[in-house]
Design a binder for this molecule. Structure first.
Ligand SMILES: NC(=O)c1ccc[n+]([C@@H]2O[C@H](COP(=O)([O-])OP(=O)(O)OC[C@H]3O[C@@H](n4cnc5c(N)ncnc54)[C@H](O)[C@@H]3O)[C@@H](O)[C@H]2O)c1
Length: 271
């Protein structure tokens, strides 16, 4: 079996599942791709960047798992449809979708944000989620149902307190609302849709984070000495992957339309 950097349940929990995971070249998506493969799923490792997608898929395959690397920009409808279709072509079906690709983008005062900066974040996080779900539906229906998991954030769903995060938070709040609407609409086909809302996770998202003139809109919030209150630390991506593999598995069959915090209680005091 694959020796992956995730606890998970090991071996066969996701045997027979085929997972389409966006943003799988790094961070939460990468950890989830490894965890899904570790638990028996075939995995499409989808990312806009070729090198990390190929590295992650290659390492999963080398360890005995089933993975294919697919390059797609989730903002591009043609590319998303092609990647979903390629997944089904490679593995015969689609049962599991993790709409996870996202960026922080530009954080700055609203009056200084350009329309290009606004679109970069909204198109990636929100429109990308819509396109990923849209083009997965026919295949999930053909499989007799499935599980869709969306990565939103505590920001925009539970907390509204990061200066300059208006665009990011709007995209994340939109994803959560879209997830609930999709859960209602797709339930008739036994397709579950759940949204996860992570707090601080140690990933490479800082590489796609830009800041300008935040001093103009900052406010002082006195954080508790221990933040988050439960563990007082940020999480490893594998800890988020454990939640996603649960939602991907049949163990969560009665859970749909949920927004699930994974933040060690960070929002108890800041929400
Ligand atoms: N890291 C955190 O603390 C945190 C907290 C809450 C929510 N999130 C969310 O988690 C998700 C994953 O982020 P991460 O922290 O793992 O970041 P990350 O930067 O480590 O990984 C994100 C991956 O998405 C890819 N990507 C970016 N734009 C893309 C596009 N247009 N098409 C396809 N792929 C694209 C990147 O190339 C990268 O490999 C994001 O939606 C993010 O908003 C992260």
């Amino acid at each position: 079996m694959i020796d992956q950097n995730s606890r998970g349940q090991g071996s066969n929990r996701l045997l027979g599942k085929v997972a389409f995971i966006t943003g799988a070249g790094s961070g939460i998506g990468e950890a989830t791709a490894r965890a899904c493969a570790h638990q028996g799923a075939a995995v499409a490792v989808v990312d806009v960047r070729r090198e990390p997608a190929e590295r992650v898929a290659g390492e999963i395959s080398a360890a005995g798992g089933k993975a294919v690397a697919l390059v797609a920009d989730v903002r591009d409808e043609t590319a998303v449809k092609a990647a979903v279709d390629a997944t089904v072509h490679s593995f015969g079906s689609l049962t599991t979708v993790f709409a996870n690709a996202g960026i922080n983008g530009m954080q700055c005062p609203i009056e200084e944000m350009t329309i290009e900066e606004w679109h970069a974040t909204i198109d990636t996080n929100l429109t990308g989620t819509f396109l990923t779900v849209k083009h997965s539906i026919p295949h999930l229906r053909a499989a007799g149902g499935g599980s869709i998991i969306i990565t939103a954030s505590v920001n925009g769903t539970k907390t509204f307190s990061l200066p300059g995060y208006s665009c990011y938070s709007t995209s994340k709040g939109g994803q959560a609302i879209f997830g609930r609407m999709a859960a209602g609409e797709l339930g008739r086909w036994d397709i579950r849709v759940n949204t996860i809302c992570p707090g601080a996770i140690r990933t490479n998202i800082g590489e796609r984070t830009y800041r300008r003139n935040l001093e103009a809109v900052r406010w002082d919030i006195k954080m508790p000495d221990r933040n988050p209150p439960h563990l007082g630390r940020s999480a490893d991506p594998s800890e988020v992957a454990d939640l996603v593999t649960f939602l991907a598995s049949d163990e969560s069959i009665y859970i749909t339309g949920a927004e699930i915090l994974i933040d060690a209680g960070a929002t108890i005091l800041r929400g």
